[in-house]
Design a protein around this ligand. Structure first.
Ligand code: BGC
Length: 251
C-alpha cells in the first residue's frame, strides 16, 4: 500500500530541519524542528543532530514510515561524492548508512536540490508541468534539479558550471550577493542574467523554478531577467527539501 506519511530531514548550511509530511498534500503534519548545523559539519556531528530530529517525530509515525534525508552534495547509491559547502570529510562517506545507523531505521539519502525539485514538481510551482523543468536553489551555493516529464535526473551539478572563468556558484549564489553587498539590480544583471542565459542555452528547459530563501524576494530580481524560458519563484520555499526528501523516500 502507498505510504500516507513520511519524515523528511533537510541538511542545510545553517540549519538541519525536519518534519513529518502528508504525502497527499505535501504539507507538514507537525511544525518543523530546526537545529543549527554543527561546525565543523562532520559526518558524526551531523548524524547526531539528524538522529535527534528523527527521534522527535518517529514515535508519532507509523513504524514503517519512510525517512528521507538531504545533503548538499552529489549522492551516488547512498555515498556522498562532493562537499562544496559542507565538511570535506563527507567526500566518499557512506552517508545513507551513517544516517540509517544513527537513526536505527533505514533511510534514503538524496541531494538537497533534487529533493526540492521533486517537491516543486509534485506539490508546488511546477505541479503538472511537462517537458524539462529545472529547479535552481540560490543559497550558500547553487543547487540544480532536472526533471523531465516529472522524472528526476539526479545529481545535476550545473551550479558549478563555468561562468566567465569562475565556478558559477561563487559568482551568482545569494550568499555571494550578501558577501559582496550587491544590490538586487547588480546581482540580477551582472550575475544571474549570464548564469540563467547559459543554463537555458545549454539545456533548453520549458520552465525554470527559483528556490532558496531569497526566492521570497523574487519580485526584486526575477522581473529583471531577460530569458526565453518562463522563470517563476518556488512555491514551497524552504520547506521544499523536507517535502521532497519525504516524497522520494516513499517512492
Ligand atoms: C552542491 C550541490 C548542492 C548545492 C545546493 C552545491 O555547492 O555542489 O550538490 O545541491 O550546493 O546546496
Amino acid at each position: 500500500m502507498a505510504h500516507a506519511v513520511a519524515l523528511g530531514i533537510d541538511i542545510g548550511g545553517s540549519g538541519i530541519k525536519g518534519a513529518p509530511v502528508d504525502l497527499a498534500t505535501g504539507e507538514f503534519l507537525q511544525p518543523r524542528l530546526k537545529i543549527a548545523t554543527p561546525a565543523p559539519s562532520t559526518p558524526a556531528a551531523v548524524a547526531k543532530i539528524v538522529d535527534q530530529i528523527a527521534d522527535e517525530f518517529t514515535d508519532d509515525l507509523p513504524a514503517d514510515a519512510p525517512i528521507g534525508v538531504t545533503i548538499p552534495g552529489v549522492v551516488q547509491h547512498g555515498v556522498v561524492r562532493t562537499a562544496a559547502n559542507i565538511d570535506k570529510a563527507w567526500i566518499d562517506a557512506e552517508g545513507e548508512k551513517i544516517f540509517s545507523d544513527a537513526i536505527g531505521r533505514k533511510c534514503l539519502l538524496v541531494n538537497d536540490a533534487d529533493a526540492a525539485g521533486v517537491a516543486e514538481q509534485r506539490y508546488g510551482a511546477a505541479k503538472g508541468a511537462q517537458g524539462l523543468v529545472i529547479l535552481t536553489t540560490l543559497g550558500t551555493g547553487i543547487g540544480i534539479a532536472l526533471l523531465h516529464n516529472g522524472v528526476l535526473i539526479p545529481n545535476c551539478e550545473m551550479g558549478h558550471m563555468e561562468l566567465n572563468g569562475h565556478d558559477a556558484e561563487t559568482r551568482a549564489a545569494s550568499s555571494i550577493k550578501d558577501k559582496e553587498e550587491l544590490s538586487y539590480q547588480e546581482w540580477a544583471h551582472k550575475r544571474l542574467q549570464p548564469y540563467y542565459k547559459k543554463l537555458e542555452d545549454l539545456l533548453w528547459p520549458d520552465l525554470i523554478v527559483v528556490g532558496g530563501g531569497v526566492s521570497r524576494k523574487h519580485h526584486k530580481f526575477l522581473p529583471l531577467l531577460d530569458l526565453r524560458t518562463p522563470i517563476v519563484p518556488a512555491a514551497l520555499e524552504n520547506q521544499a527539501g523536507i517535502v521532497g526528501a519525504a516524497a522520494l523516500a516513499a517512492d
